[in-house]
Write a protein that binds this ligand. Structure first.
Ligand SMILES: [Fe+2]
Ligand SMILES: [Fe+2]
Length: 265
């Protein structure tokens, strides 16, 4: 017998987000659409519905510079890069399915943030940056509420480049924001691959974003002289937040090659 949707959902998403994640979401947040996803049966159906919610929401808040749906494009590419790495790393089909869904939805939390901040064409002020830094927790809340608990843990753990460059310690992130991570040590390899794929796309496809990226000049020059892959690799190799034991050189190269390939497509 089918379980009525109301019994699947004890709390409204608004209450869930504020009570369990201490989140205050933007005024016109699409609460009903998130609640509607709970009633779907399979993880893939839930994922497809949430990808749609993200894309529609993005188009509703079209950035001034007309980069339409850039979070969705970034998420799709992150998924392709992550799966190319996972393939080479020999992940199981189940692991790849979870990783793929988490990659497609890791940034969905940006729909909870004021679009003026998300799409700002210029550097973020400190207060804006700290609002932006909550987006992985919002992704985590959305996915957990929707019944995608494993994907939620992965989304929670994706470390933003802004955060990692701000000098905060990985342990701080784990303690204060990534509660799920500790309960999912078996997911560490998937988390590391998602983080790598996310960062690789952000660096290789920087010109798809509405705001200037501090790497922009470096990578634009590298793209012109054909050394883009080397430049990206250098940045990743220097990132103290990536676990080098998991992300050995070969996998990093696979991710970069896929990202560069997509840049040419
Ligand atoms: Fe992100
Ligand atoms: Fe991302």
């Amino acid at each position: 017998m089918a379980v009525p949707e109301a019994s699947l959902r004890q709390l409204s998403f608004k209450d869930f987000a504020s009570q369990q994640f201490n989140l205050r979401l933007r005024e016109d947040f699409p609460y009903e659409e998130i609640e509607w996803v709970v009633g779907m049966k399979t993880p893939n159906e839930k994922c497809a519905a949430l990808v749609h919610v993200l894309y529609e929401d993005e188009l509703r808040h079209e950035p001034a510079n007309e980069v339409r749906g850039w979070i969705s494009w970034h998420s799709g590419r992150t998924c392709k890069i992550a799966l190319a790495i996972a393939e080479r790393a020999g992940f199981s089909d189940d692991q790849k399915a979870v990783l793929g869904r988490a990659a497609l939805l890791h940034d969905i939390g940006k729909i909870g943030i004021d679009p003026a901040i998300v799409n700002k064409n210029g550097p973020l002020a400190d207060d804006e940056r700290s609002v932006m830094a909550t987006h992985n927790r919002i992704s985590q809340a959305i996915l957990k509420y929707a019944g995608l608990g494993t994907e939620a843990a992965l989304a929670a753990a994706h470390h933003e480049h802004q955060k990692t460059s701000s000098g905060r310690q990985r342990n701080d992130l784990i303690e204060s924001e990534h509660r799920d991570m500790k309960q999912h040590a078996d997911l560490y390899p998937l988390m590391a691959v998602l983080e790598l794929a996310d960062m690789t796309d952000a660096m290789v496809n920087f010109d798809d974003r509405p705001y200037p990226n501090h790497m922009q000049e470096l990578f634009a020059a590298a793209a012109r002289d054909g050394t883009l892959g080397d430049a990206v690799f250098q940045q990743i190799a220097e990132n103290p937040y990536l676990d080098k034991e998991i992300l050995f050189e070969d996998l990093v190269k696979v991710g970069i090659a896929r990202a560069v390939e997509m840049r040419k497509e």
